[in-house]
Ligand binder design. Structure first.
Ligand SMILES: NCc1[nH]cc(CCC(=O)O)c1CC(=O)O
Length: 318
């Protein structure tokens, strides 16, 4: 394998937010350690995405209204395909279940904490929130789950990167919000979390806490480099979760939660779908062999869809 060096560094593409950069640095560190390469064998290339711009302009609108998940990945994938970058670092929870032709996304770093963090100055947990408290979140899943569990609370849209959202809390736009524990940990900001929310209370997003690294299918050198830092157990968990998501035709208009954990040599997969207003939630689980991840994920999705019945997805037309 031809290894990258200072003359021909491996170009690592990433968005420019502090969290995205922390993820790119972690990827570089793991590649340096696995291959005994110096830092200058890598170049971090920041790719500005349409999503970053539009999110800035329309900070108070739901993501689906400004163009959805793909907005944040399209330019990065174009940069990969054109050769401007060699690998791309992503939060797996933001990634569609299928990649464009010519690209592969099968390298995952060891997963961080999968839980959501409860963030608030005055309150210790969701249970601690008085009726009528204003909670900020623009995540369809978190909004639906909170409305389902606590219909007595008020929700406001709350988007932007971690720093922006914390500023909004400080400014009193809301009394509490949610962030991924993984993001806070990677930013060295775990102190911001008042408590971690258990998956029993709020099942996290599919792939939450996992970093994925995308490459060109034909790039054998990148394939070899990435194989050394891939975390197999994370791959097994995401295989089940993403099969579940794919079978639900998961778009960012659908509140979906899913989590697989290893248990007794196999996997325990839990899933939940909700109406966006929280008026109905349908949950289920499967215990499965690791080798059955794709089939079991699809099977759980079919089960939840059958329980949901006609009408559950009517809001999709709205
Ligand atoms: N949608 C934004 C996003 N994508 C990934 C993370 C956190 C890190 C992760 O889950 O890996 C976040 C922020 C958040 O939900 O607080």
């Amino acid at each position: 394998m031809t290894k990258p060096d200072a003359q021909t560094p491996l170009k690592i593409g990433t968005r420019g937010s502090p969290l995205a950069l922390a993820q790119a640095f972690e990827t570089r560190r793991r590649l340096m350690e696995a291959h005994r390469l110096p830092e200058d064998a890598f170049e971090i290339v920041i790719i500005k995405t349409t999503g970053d711009d539009r999110a800035m302009i329309a900070a108070d609108r739901p993501l689906k209204e400004i163009g959805g998940k793909g907005l944040f990945t399209r330019e990065i994938e174009d940069a990969l395909l054109s050769g401007r970058i060699d690998i791309a670092v992503h939060s797996m929870k933001d990634m569609p279940v299928a990649q464009p032709a010519g690209l592969v996304l099968d390298c995952y770093l060891p997963r961080e904490d999968v839980r959501d963090a409860f963030v608030s100055r005055d309150h210790a947990s969701i249970a601690d929130l008085p009726a009528g408290t204003v909670v900020g979140s623009s995540s369809l899943r978190r909004r639906a789950q909170l409305a389902n569990r606590r219909p007595d609370l008020a929700l406001v849209q709350f988007r932007g990167n971690v720093q922006t959202r914390l500023k909004k809390l400080e400014d009193g736009v809301a009394a509490a919000t949610f962030l991924a524990m993984a993001g806070l940990n990677r930013l060295g900001m775990s102190h911001v979390a008042r408590s971690a929310i258990s998956p029993e209370e709020m099942l996290p997003a599919v792939a939450q806490g996992a970093i994925g690294i995308e490459r060109r299918q034909a790039d054998a050198a990148a394939n070899d480099l990435l194989a050394a830092i891939h975390d197999g157990p994370t791959g097994e968990r995401l295989a089940a979760e993403r099969a579940f998501l794919a079978a639900l035709d998961g778009s960012c208009e659908t509140p979906i939660a899913g989590l697989a954990v290893h248990e007794g040599g196999g996997l325990w997969l839990r899933g939940e779908i909700l109406r966006p207003d929280g008026s109905e939630a349908i949950a289920g689980e499967r215990r499965l062999a690791v080798s059955d991840a794709a089939e079991a994920g699809r099977d759980l999705a079919r089960d939840l869809l059958a329980q949901a019945g006609a009408g559950f997805f009517d809001w999709r037309q709205g």
